[in-house]
Ligand binder design. Structure first.
Ligand SMILES: *Cc1c(COP(=O)(O)O)cnc(C)c1O
Length: 495
């Protein structure tokens, strides 16, 4: 059966999976969403005996129905290989009564690798299938982790160029160093004097700019997106929820059919949306627990039904979640509105206008699968120390937001359902914040001294991604205002 994708803002625009991957965003600015969510057609028992790559095929084939078996398996096998430091790809650690799904074993040590190591293959395969002759220019805004993961995925991939914008003062020192040391003649990294939302809005505007598209076409280029608005990012993220469930059943931690709750540290709403899709495919997921940092726009939305981005943007120690416009929420709105594109378009228009919208009572009722809460900076630090003291397990600041929100959820509800926490980054990526949480005396030390100290405390090997940047040269040092983003892109492309 062929799965069809439609724009969340217009029921007329209908595309196949490969077309949706190529375009990234629909012509009307909407996101591509599947018209139905397919059901898993293999048993958990069968899945529990499969490798990560095999589970990936079983899940992704249901969404990417215009890919042949050979094409899809080829993409999967090229993505989930030795770039990951464990053959399990996404191992699970049990600590303090919860299961931590470690999604940071890829080349840039954050969960973005789970999707961005496969996206270049999905994209180049899609280009071939659709006879695209233009060179594909990946244009991406990053709050820190997407940028590096996309750069690593696309560096030197033939037929592609990649341009990454990041908030100059809004990422961790290690995140910045990872990006500005990126090799590859087709890569371009630019800091902007603004926050993540400025970068994301600038990128979205360029996608919607018809004049720019014409100039690009004339020069043999076309844009595509590596942001989590691309369906090619979302689909690979569904895989690890299915994999995790089947692994817990295989290990006897869950009975087959037993409900599992999921906690996701959330920013752009991509990761938790993937969990929601997994639930809708028939995976026995109970509550979807949405964890926010002090930028708690999603907590407010889930508790009141009103989304309001008019608030102060807080720079936190979990920078990859410092977001006030959660783009992927649009796909959830579309689904809970009963695939009503007109309604979704109306809400999104209000969001880009005065920055506020309120969903209908019926839509609100459809949100009962979700629970939202947030963690303050102090609570985030506390939970890192607590888990270290209790279990000698060290988690990063984003995962700590989830761990704290999980504690709040249990306190609020007394729900004892077994729970999976999406662990989205290695503590080595946020070393300073993590070590300061354990002992504030560490703050006087240098970044790489802290890396070695973290290694001593945790006994976890220093990842290659960190060793690589210890002495790497800085190759990118462009900084611009948000108004200059278009001219920087043109400069790089020589148009
Ligand atoms: C991107 C990111 C998140 C947020 O994920 P979304 O899919 O944007 O909600 C959380 N933690 C880390 C470490 C990330 O890189």
């Amino acid at each position: 059966m062929n799965l069809i994708y439609k724009s969340t803002r217009n029921n007329e625009e209908t595309v196949t999976a490969s077309e949706a991957i190529l375009k990234g965003l629909a012509n009307d600015g909407g996101l591509f969403a599947p018209t139905t969510i397919p059901a898993l057609d293999v048993s958990v028992e069968a899945l529990s005996k499969m490798s990560y790559q095999e589970v990936a095929y079983e899940v992704m084939k249901l969404y990417l129905t215009d890919f042949t078996e050979e094409e899809l398996k080829n993409c999967i096998n090229k993505a989930y290989d030795k770039k990951f430091d464990t053959t399990e790809i996404a191992p699970i650690k049990k600590a303090d009564g919860a299961y931590y799904l470690e999604l940071f074993h890829g080349s840039t040590i954050a969960f973005k690798d789970m999707a961005l190591s496969i996206l270049p293959y999905l994209l180049t395969t899609s280009a071939k299938k659709n006879n695209v002759k233009n060179e594909i220019v990946i244009l991406t805004a990053t709050s820190g982790d997407t940028g590096k993961a996309a750069l690593a995925g696309f560096a030197d991939v033939e037929g592609t160029k990649i341009i990454v914008f990041y908030p100059k003062n809004g990422v961790s020192p290690i995140q910045e160093k990872q990006m500005v040391t990126q090799k590859g003649a087709n890569t371009h990294v630019i800091g902007i004097t603004g926050n993540f939302d400025d970068a994301q809005t600038g990128v979205k505007n360029m996608f919607a700019d018809k004049e720019l598209a014409k100039e690009m076409e004339a020069a043999g280029y076309q844009f595509s997106s590596a942001n989590s608005i691309n369906i090619g990012r979302l689909v690979p993220q569904i895989v690890y929820y299915v994999y995790a469930y089947s692994r817990l059943v295989a290990k006897g931690e869950l009975n087959n059919g037993e409900t599992m709750n999921v906690v996701v540290p959330t920013g752009n709403f991509g990761n938790i949306l993937a969990a929601y899709y997994a639930k809708n495919m028939g995976l026995p997921i109970g509550k979807l627990i949405c964890a926010s940092n002090e930028n708690k726009v999603l907590y407010d939305f889930l508790t009141t039904g009103t989304y309001d981005r008019n608030r102060e943007f807080v720079l936190t120690n979990s920078p990859s979640m410092d977001i006030l416009i959660s783009s992927n929420l649009e796909r959830l709105l579309y689904k809970i509105a009963g695939n009503d594109a007109a309604k979704t378009a109306e809400l999104m228009k209000a969001l880009s206008g005065n920055g506020v919208y309120t969903i209908t009572e019926d839509m609100k009722k459809a949100l009962t699968d979700f629970y939202g809460n947030f963690a303050t900076e102090a609570e985030t630090a506390e939970v890192i120390k607590e888990l270290y003291d209790k279990e000698k397990y060290i988690i990063d600041t984003h995962t700590a937001v989830a761990a704290k929100v999980y504690q709040k959820y249990v306190k609020d509800t007394a729900d004892t359902t077994k729970t999976l926490i999406a662990s989205t980054a290695s503590p080595y990526k946020f070393t300073r914040s993590v070590m300061n949480a354990i002992d504030s005396a560490y703050d006087s030390k240098g970044d790489f001294e802290l890396v070695d100290e973290l290694n001593r405390l945790s006994g976890v090997k220093v990842p290659n991604a960190i060793e690589e940047i210890r002495n790497a040269d800085i190759l990118h040092n462009t900084v611009c205002d948000k108004e200059e983003m278009v001219s920087k892109v043109k400069e790089f492309l020589n148009i």
